[in-house]
Design a protein around this ligand. Structure first.
Ligand code: AMP
Ligand code: TRP
Length: 327
């Protein structure tokens, strides 16, 4: 039996090269070997306030980004999370069986996102890892390809699966997170000690996948490096240049060690100019593909995905409902 892959991205904010490198580029590779399910996780997006018109647009936008990156709807399933209500139903059941307050209190993403005002954020933001566990466990997922920041959430999904199985018998498969060796955590361009994030207030920190090409080049040219003169890879001591090397390496498909060799004796100026060109070419090809999909096509793909996963989800939910005694 082929292994099952599940992953998703929230339609909030503008997707950037961090999302592409950390998550989507891995998915594209995996669909060659595995049965893949990729979701546009809109019920995760509403854990913080979203403008309804904007959200509707972003759902289509994220789907087109999956397609432009090379997710092939003939091979892989693409669907919108809210179109399959079983996800929220299962999340509720896990709220009662499997997830504990103590687990959620440990989640670093919640602590970061809630900031100082922890009592004033929505219950949804706090509970979000439980909905993510429901997404993953619904489909007997073996592997969850994500960026580094999501590993802790996948760990929780594993705990929930084990606890539920201990109480009710073998209903859920225990999944595993897979994180890229290089590029699991692309850093911000101006503050390379923090993650490149699509919710960053300063968009000069990110190269957006749909950024204007000239603006994207400027962002690369302005990226923070350090006061050393040479091009070298050392993420701890020299996070800025190391981050740019990682981006360069993944996008051009060249090992970092080769790039370091190529740039011996050259300075940051030359390196950044070349990287800006590499990024520009990548974005221009990407955007051409992105623009080739109509909204109508996207709706058809999402609907066909919904039909496929709904059957699987309903089968799993019937087992769960019986196990806990509501059927
Ligand atoms: P998010 O932007 O939080 O919705 O993340 C969507 C996916 O992209 C998840 O798998 C993240 O782990 C991944 N991701 C987000 N930001 C980065 C980043 N800066 N570097 C690598 N992966 C990332
Ligand atoms: N929480 C993830 C993020 O912000 C998105 C997500 C939701 C997800 N459900 C998932 C990722 C299931 C992998 C598997 O990036």
């Amino acid at each position: 039996m082929k292994k099952t892959i599940f992953s998703g991205i929230q339609p909030s904010g503008r997707l950037n090269v961090g999302n592409y490198i950390g998550a989507i580029s891995q998915w594209v590779e995996m669909q060659k070997e595995y049965d893949c399910i990729f979701s546009v996780v809109d019920y995760h997006a509403i854990t913080v306030k979203q403008d309804p018109e904007e959200l509707r647009k972003r759902i289509i936008e994220v789907t087109k980004i999956y397609l432009a990156a090379g997710i092939d709807p003939k091979k892989s399933i693409i669907f919108q999370q809210s179109a399959v209500p079983a996800h929220t139903e299962l999340a509720w059941i896990f709220n009662c069986y499997g997830a504990y307050i103590a687990d959620l209190n440990k989640m670093t993403q919640f602590k970061d996102k809630a900031g100082k005002d922890r009592e004033a954020v929505s219950v949804g933001l706090y509970d979000y890892p439980v909905l993510m566990a429901a997404d993953i466990l619904m489909y007997d997922t073996d592997i969850v390809p994500v960026g580094e920041d999501q590993k802790q959430h996948v760990e929780l999904a594993r705990d929930i699966a084990r606890r539920f199985n201990n109480e009710f018998g073998n209903i859920f498969k225990v999944p595993e997170a897979v994180v890229r060796q290089e590029g699991a955590r692309i850093m911000s361009l101006l503050e390379p000690t923090k993650k490149m994030s699509k919710s960053d207030a300063n968009q000069n920190n990110c190269v957006g996948l749909l950024d204007d090409i000239e603006i994207a080049k400027k962002k690369i040219m302005r990226a923070v490096t350090d006061t050393e003169a040479n091009i070298a890879y050392d993420p701890i001591k020299r996070p800025g240049i190391s981050n740019l090397l990682t981006i360069y390496s993944v996008i051009s498909n060249k090992p970092i060690s080769d790039l370091v060799k190529d740039y011996q004796g050259k300075g940051y100026g030359d390196f950044k100019k070349d990287l800006a060109e590499v990024v520009a070419k990548f974005l221009s090809d990407f955007q051409k593909k992105y623009n080739s999909f109509s909204d109508q096509e996207v709706m058809v793909i999402l609907e066909s995905g919904r039909k496929k996963v709904e059957k699987m989800a309903n089968g799993k939910m019937e087992k769960v409902r019986r196990a806990i005694g509501v059927r």
